[in-house]
Design a protein. Structure first.
Length: 481
């Protein structure tokens, strides 16, 4: 049996190749607007190999569980690595391993019954690209993608050169190793043939868990489309993906030898296109798996898989609850921030194009663009609730409001200070202070205003200061008391 720490490190990264396609609009496009970047993923996989080898893969066996120490084969594991590199994607599992045996073992280990047959098929990489492109065109209009791209660029989370649609098509076409479709109830492996090599075994363990989730909890109902709250949706997705990742980890630990693991890791280096250099896009993909896995492990430690099952009846309400499981357990719910009545005050020619929530995860990402990630996490840790609205006006102008409420005045002050410093770093400029007005920062595309009042912090970006001040005043009035 594999050492739990080593297995978790491996599965955390490997599971990133298993992006699923249930609730395609919400899960893939709105929650994971991913681009194509490659270098970082290869580096990360290399780091994972070094980490796992440094742990010595203690407790690994090559055909069953061990009670401690290493076998002779494992002592020679490092010297055998070169030979294993070329075998990871072609090594076929023991003849006793079948699709049915994987389904049954995952069901037993996860504690969820198989209620109906799980259809399993495969498609080529090129077929996958065509299917993903068709799904994107079906589920998301060019206008919707364009608006979300403008919002992400306005927040500084995407660069001006990025094209979201092309990026998603490339990412999904290159990175997906398999998916479960909750509409057709079919599990598909991305493979030239339906064989049980090591990669496909891992993918099956992950996707079979999704099929079991669907049969027992109904994924289409649990992951609703168009809820209007991306943060809450991402929290639910983190439960689903964290559950499948922990289940996959358990299966891998019980069935893979040390050399299986090393072989698979090395083979994975060239199996995908990689994640990339844009930290927001990378983090958006990884969050449901990594943070979700940590969340699920906390629940599992509390009461086994039955405790995890109970979360489907009372899901996390925010990414804050996923990032801080103690807040889920204590019932700390997000505060509603309602900006819905502000649009009428802007003036003629303006229309609301986008409204949603960023959540603690989104605000950490927003800050991390321009200050250290550790500082960003500290500054966003007191999140209580938020709302974002994006308006489009005459001659291509735009206006954006991000209003947030915090657990205490100290937390609000800390976030406001960090947000101000982040924007000053981004534009290499300083907020101007003048009597009777909020601090203003001028940029090439307009002005930013930042105000802190009580538990609330409001950030406004507008084409001119007068309009920004008008929206800032309206936003502060709308903040919870």
């Amino acid at each position: 049996m594999l050492n739990d720490m080593a297995t978790a490190l491996f599965v955390t990264m490997l599971s990133m190749t298993g992006v699923e396609k249930f609730n395609f609009r919400e899960h893939v496009l709105k929650k994971n607007p991913l681009l194509k970047h490659r270098a970082l993923a290869a580096t990360v996989f290399s780091i994972e190999i070094i980490i796992i080898l440094s742990f010595g893969l203690t407790g690994c066996g090559s055909g069953g569980e061990t009670t401690g120490g290493r076998t002779d084969d494992e002592n020679n594991g490092v010297s055998s690595t070169t030979q294993s590199v070329n075998t990871a994607k072609t090594t076929v599992a023991k003849s006793a391993v079948t699709i049915k045996s994987i389904e049954e073992e995952v069901s037993r280990m996860r504690g969820l019954p198989i209620r109906s047959e799980i259809a399993v098929s495969h498609l080529s990489r090129e077929e996958l690209r065509r299917e993903m492109k068709a799904q994107i065109e079906k589920e998301y209009s060019p206008a919707e993608v364009s608006v979300e791209e403008k919002v992400l660029k306005g927040l500084g989370l995407l660069e001006e050169k990025d094209n979201l649609t092309a990026a998603i098509e490339q990412m999904l076409g290159e990175e997906v190793a398999g998916f479960y479709d909750d509409e057709t109830k079919e599990l598909k492996l991305v493979s030239d043939k339906l064989e049980l090599n090591l990669m496909n075994q891992v993918t099956l363990a992950h996707e079979v868990t999704h099929a079991l989730q669907d049969q027992n909890f109904s994924l289409s109902e649990f992951l609703p489309e168009n809820s209007g709250n991306d943060d809450a949706d991402l929290a639910r997705l983190a439960l689903v993906e964290g559950d499948a990742t922990v289940s996959e980890t358990d299966y891998t630990a019980a069935n893979f030898s040390a050399m299986d693991l090393v072989s698979l890791l090395f083979g994975s280096l060239g199996a995908t296109g990689g994640l990339g250099t844009n930290s927001y896009l990378e983090d958006s993909l990884l969050f449901p798996y990594t943070s979700g896995m940590k969340f699920v492990n906390v629940m599992k430690e509390k009461g086994g898989w039955l405790a995890v099952d109970s979360v489907y009846g009372k899901p996390p309400l925010s990414t804050e609850q996923v990032m801080h499981p103690e807040k889920y357990l204590s019932g700390e719910a997000p505060v509603l921030v309602d900006l819905s009545d502000m649009g009428v005050s802007i003036g003629p020619g303006w229309s609301l194009s986008f409204e949603n929530n960023l959540g603690e995860f989104g605000l950490v990402e927003l800050l991390s663009v321009d200050i250290s990630s550790s500082r960003a996490r500290r500054a966003a840790a007191g999140w209580g609730g938020d709302a974002i609205e994006y308006y489009e006006g005459p001659e291509g102008t735009s206006l954006m409001v991000v209003a947030s409420v915090w657990d205490s005045q100290q937390e609000a002050t800390e976030f406001a200070k960090a947000m101000g410093e982040a924007l000053e770093n981004r534009y290499d400029s300083k907020f101007e202070l003048a009597p009777g007005t909020a601090p203003v920062l001028r940029s090439d595309d307009g002005v930013w205003l930042l105000a802190h009042k009580g538990l609330g912090v409001v950030l406004v970006q507008a084409p001119d200061q007068a309009l920004a001040e008008k929206m800032l005043g309206q936003s502060l009035l709308a903040m919870p008391a």
